[in-house]
Ligand binder design. Structure first.
Ligand code: SF4
Ligand code: SF4
Ligand code: SF4
Length: 179
């Protein structure tokens, strides 16, 4: 019987949430539990549906258009003339593909960007736009699912470590204030 790991291994690992789940693994868990159909992932498209159908011995279904359509690989670009350096685009990026510091211009590492779009909505000045990867002057191949997963795992680990450091600092301050 296919496990959550088996199913997760077939997903693109962009963590874009277009399937309606909070990332690829939660969607894999829902499929394994019988709570979700196999046609909910636009980045994976027909190839992912076919792979899931073969793994799970279920009929392939057309992609659910309510979640978006299948398209060419995309990346985002930041208009550096307009960027105000607020850094709000940094935390949502699941693969840490944006570099910059507060009050400094930000830029996207195109080789790492999955086109998940999660950085676009938080930008207060709308200076992040999507472009086809193929239109880049020096087009690099889209990152693999394995690379995306490795970078996402690092992202989650880094955020957890930062949260733990903050909690320890707050706890130490509270203890000092009580003394
Ligand atoms: S890549 Fe597919 S499975 Fe992963 S979060 Fe996006 S839509 Fe869901
Ligand atoms: S830069 Fe934006 S679109 Fe690219 S991976 Fe990060 S959040 Fe997604
Ligand atoms: S959210 Fe927009 S304005 Fe803020 S740093 Fe990112 S790209 Fe620049």
């Amino acid at each position: 019987m296919a496990t959550v790991d088996d199913i997760d291994a077939l997903l693109p690992q962009t963590q874009c949430t277009r399937c309606g789940y909070d990332g690829c693994r939660p969607y894999a868990q829902a499929i394994a539990a019988g709570d979700a159909p196999i046609n909910q992932c636009p980045p994976g498209g027909a190839a992912t549906i076919a792979a899931l159908a073969a793994l799970l011995e279920r009929p392939a279904l057309p992609l659910n258009p309510a979640n978006g359509i299948e398209g060419p690989p995309l990346v985002v670009r930041i208009d550096e003339e307009v960027c105000i350096g607020c850094a709000r685009c940094l935390p949502p990026c699941p693969v840490d593909a944006i570099v910059g510091a507060r009050r400094q211009m930000h830029t996207v590492i195109e080789a790492l960007c999955t086109g998940c779009e999660l950085c676009i909505a938080p930008c207060p000045v709308d200076c992040i736009s999507l472009v086809p990867r193929a239109a880049l002057t020096e087009a690099s191949p889209a990152p693999s699912a394995q690379d995306n997963r490795r970078r996402y795992d690092s992202h989650v680990t880094r955020l957890a470590a930062r949260a733990a450091r903050r909690a320890a600092l707050l706890s130490a301050r509270k203890a000092a204030a009580l003394e």
